[in-house]
Design a protein around this ligand. Structure first.
Ligand SMILES: Cc1ncc(COP(=O)(O)O)c(C=O)c1O
Length: 314
């Protein structure tokens, strides 16, 4: 099945959705994006997109910060994504990547407001990124998280991901699954593409949004679920490196990684060395919710229905 992508007002075959070599965003990293997941529910034969509207609202805020412009309203972007998913007839879990970028072909850093904006979305089948069932191991990165005084880390700018790619590369070179990035003052920022939580004596703690983090949609989901379903309030504050040695559980949260337990850091065991009870409960809740199995949270899902024609069975 050939995939279709959406680029600058048109649906095109994925192979034809290309951008020219001199594109400003390619040369200078002047873009921003979202990473969204849709989950296939085999029983209901339906695809559910998780918190689609929230992702487009965050993309809108990123655009404002970065002098970029979305071509459509949030509602129209939601409709467009559903149309694209239906056209691609996915019957598996899918990753959805909308992005806004500076299209101008110009060899100069230039005033961003004077450059043209482009917009695209593509979809790609994506299962679990890592096998997290046994828990993952992480190392502290020698690369520091980009500080908000340098580039706004909360705006998901494409160029900033060189920072996290270097961290991830270094982590894998050391035999670890994931990197934990520190701030310039040695406090904890986040994972390469995940927010971090610790569990200490039954309480959840996560770095606050002034700690150079991306305000993750999974992070917000976990905070809400912990409070409503587990009766646990989350403290949002600066987290020090040594707290990771003494806490009971460490959790990484992100659209890609979902809810992942960290059981080892730098070869030291975290908590009991096994997936902790709070991580386990959150993982169970999350998995049911994203697959459309928990009616109370259907408000977070956008359903993708089969196209009416039999030729388009999804
Ligand atoms: C740097 C960074 N932090 C955190 C996250 C988690 O954000 P979300 O839960 O919205 O996927 C991501 C995900 O893209 C990320 O790139």
């Amino acid at each position: 099945m050939k995939r279709v992508a959406y680029l600058n007002g048109k649906f095109l075959s994925y192979q034809k959705a290309v951008i020219p070599i001199g594109t400003h965003a390619l040369q200078y990293g002047s873009g921003c994006f979202e990473g969204i997941r849709a989950y296939w529910n085999a029983e209901k034969k339906k695809l559910y997109v998780f918190r689609l509207k929230d992702h487009f609202e965050r993309l809108g805020r990123s655009c404002k910060t970065l002098h970029m412009k979305l071509p459509l309203t949030t509602e129209a972007l939601v409709k467009l994504t559903v149309e694209l998913l239906a056209k691609n007839k996915h019957r598996e879990n899918v990753y959805i990547r909308p992005f806004v970028y500076k299209t101008s072909d110009i060899v100069s850093v230039f005033n961003l407001d004077r450059l043209e904006n482009g917009f695209g979305i593509y979809t790609v089948p994506l299962g679990s990124i890592l096998n997290v069932k046994e828990g993952i191991n992480a190392v502290f990165s020698s690369w520091r998280r980009v500080d908000s005084h340098t580039v706004p880390p909360g705006a998901k700018p494409t160029g900033i991901y060189l920072n996290t790619s270097l961290a991830k590369t270094e982590a894998e070179e050391k035999g670890a699954d994931e990197a934990i990035l520190l701030n310039l003052d040695d406090s904890i920022a986040e994972g390469s593409a995940e927010n971090l939580f610790i569990v200490k004596s039954g309480k959840l703690i996560t770095p606050s949004i002034d700690q150079n983090i991306l305000e993750g949609i999974t992070r917000n989901t976990v905070i809400e679920l912990a409070e409503k379903e587990l009766n646990i309030r989350t403290a949002q504050r600066k987290v020090q490196k040594d707290e990771l040695w003494t806490c009971d559980e460490i959790i990484l949260t992100g659209t890609g990684m979902e809810i992942a337990p960290v059981v080892k850091i730098e070869d030291r065991t975290v908590g009991s060395g096994k997936i902790g009870p709070i991580t386990q409960k959150l993982r169970g809740l999350y998995s049911n919710i994203v697959h459309g199995k928990d009616k109370r949270y259907l408000k977070w899902l956008t359903e993708v229905n089969c196209l009416p024609s039999p030729a388009h069975n999804c």
